[in-house]
Ligand binder design. Sequence first.
Ligand code: SF4
Length: 81
Amino acid sequence: MGNGIFGFSRGSENSTEDLKDKSLVVIKSRCPQNHPCPSVQVCPVGALTQKGYGAPSVDKDKCIKCGKCVKFCPMRALVLQ
Ligand code: SF4
C-alpha cells in the first residue's frame, strides 16, 4: 500500500537541441563570398537573401530555424547558436 513511485526520468530527453531558442548567425569570415549562395535556395521560407556574391543575410522574422541552410553550407558559415 501507498506505493507512490512515479516513473519520471528527468534529464534524459535533453540530447535534442532546442533550435527554437537559437538564432541563425552568418559567419561572414567563413564565407568566401565569391559564388551564389546555395543555402539561399534551400531555405523553405525565403529568409536568406544575398546581394551579389556577398555573404547571405538572414531575415530573423522569417527564419523558422529549421537548420536546412546550416547543413547545406559547405563552409559552415551558417550556424544556429
Ligand atoms: S534555418 Fe531554415 S528558415 Fe532559417 S534561414 Fe536557414 S533554411 Fe531558412
